[in-house]
Design a protein around this ligand. Structure first.
Ligand code: CTP
Length: 402
């Protein structure tokens, strides 16, 4: 999305400037070309050497480069940019921008820039809450700037309140959202199951698996970026979606997951069964912790969990699509084809534990997509985010959701 985009990263003098280094890395990794413009006080917090090494370009701070006398044209930089991102933006810089006080290279560049401008404020809570700051931020909004709201939490002053700069990942997501114009799933409702299920043995023990939910959440983010209304029914995981409008319903066991899916499915256009559902659960959950002194052996009777995808497969109407996942260790294609049939799926995404780069907890995946009509396509190892793009592209081009 940001490949080849020209972005000015404006850095001002706040503690949060250290986070700008991470933001710069994320932009570069996403394929953007970055020109850092830093205010004189920004350099007190982070060195130009770090920033130029990471961006691959000299950092601009002054109107003239001292030893060569070269003029740094704020007009040229302003015109070069596809976007300008000021992170962190201090109260002082926000005030200067709102009032046209162009006494440094950063504010001058802002006044020359024709591209969209994103401002991520960062300051202490009282400065943030001051009517002057509120007024200046409102002015920037009225002037067309996109304000990336600061978070609430512990601040550099050790006080707690609103003023923490948004996390670099969230700023990146905001810019990507802005440039993303594929709204191909607008008006579609998508249900995604993700993560493991947890089946309790007693109040402190459970049966589960190593699923982290990364693939399901990546799919949810990508579907949401394409304009879909997304609901994730999620087992316990440590992650959350990057996109703001996704509804997350947290569940623990396979039975809970099934009951939430049954409620959401009738309204859905597409359901993607990404969760690693535990196949069995203890027949009974002990109310009290099972003590080990009581016996040398322990036997837990397990009963089969409901098959969520097969249940939805039975409920599926003609205009609905049901997508499954299969993690296999042997006879991969044969097993996947059987699952398509047994669960009444339209498509299955197969990953094999024999492939390096696929499996639980990894940031990458290597998939083969198989449809109910025997269309088979294999993909190389990619990041889970890119895999999510491939899966949704495939669904949209080959299955044409109604
Ligand atoms: N699935 C489900 N409910 C279950 C088990 C699996 O909805 N109780 C879904 C998974 O989310 C996945 C697909 O079914 O989309 C295949 O899951 P997998 O674990 O590979 O297959 P199983 O049906 O459990 O068969 P097996 O474990 O014997 O391979």
């Amino acid at each position: 999305m940001l490949k080849g985009k020209h972005i000015i990263l404006g850095i001002t003098g706040g503690i949060a400037a250290y986070k700008s280094v991470v933001l710069l890395r994320l932009f570069v990794k996403a394929g953007a070309e970055i020109q850092v413009v830093i205010t004189p006080s920004g350099k007190e917090f982070i060195t130009p050497v770090t920033l130029s090494a990471l961006s691959g370009k000299p950092v601009i701070s002054e109107f003239f480069t001292a030893n060569t006398g070269q003029w740094n044209s704020h007009v040229d930089i302003g015109l070069w940019a596809d976007a300008m991102v000021i992170a962190p933006a201090t109260a002082s810089t926000i005030g200067k921008m709102a009032n046209g006080i162009a006494d440094n290279m950063l504010v001058t560049t802002y006044l020359s820039a024709k591209a969209p401008v994103f401002v991520a404020p960062a300051m202490d809570l009282d400065m943030m809450a001051h009517p002057t700051t509120t007024r200046n931020i409102e002015q920037l909004r009225a002037d067309g700037c996109h304000i990336i709201e600061p978070g609430t939490g512990e601040l550099a002053s050790h006080l707690t309140g609103k003023g923490r700069m948004a996390e670099p990942e969230d700023i990146l997501a905001e810019i990507e959202r802005f440039f993303y114009n594929n709204k191909s799933l607008e008006g579609k409702k998508i249900l995604i199951t993700a993560g493991p299920t947890v089946e309790r043995i007693d109040p402190v023990r459970f049966i589960s698996n190593f699923s982290t939910g990364k693939m399901g959440y990546a799919l949810a983010d990508e579907a949401s970026r394409r304009g879909a209304e997304v609901t994730i029914v999620s087992g316990p995981v440590d992650i959350s979606p990057s996109e703001r409008n996704i509804k997350v319903i947290n569940v623990e066991s396979a039975r809970d997951m099934l009951s939430e899916c049954e409620k959401a499915f009738p309204d859905c256009d597409i359901a993607v069964m990404c969760a690693a559902v535990a196949d069995y659960a203890p027949k009974e959950t002990a109310e009290k912790k099972i003590k080990r002194e009581n016996s040398d052996r322990m036997q837990i009777e397990l009963v089969k969990n409901p098959d969520i995808s097969a249940t939805l497969g039975r409920l599926k109407k003609e205009n609905q699509l049901l997508i499954g996942f299969a993690l296999e260790t042997d006879n991969e294609t044969e097993n996947a084809l059987r699952k398509i049939k047994n669960k009444n799926l339209d498509l299955i995404v197969l990953n094999s534990l024999n492939d390096e780069g696929a499996g639980f907890g990894k940031d990458t995946n290597k998939i083969t997509i198989i449809t109910a009509k025997d269309d088979i396509q294999s993909f190389p190892t990619k990041s889970k985010r890119e895999v999510a793009v491939d899966i949704l592209d495939f669904i949209e081009t080959k299955l044409h959701p109604q």
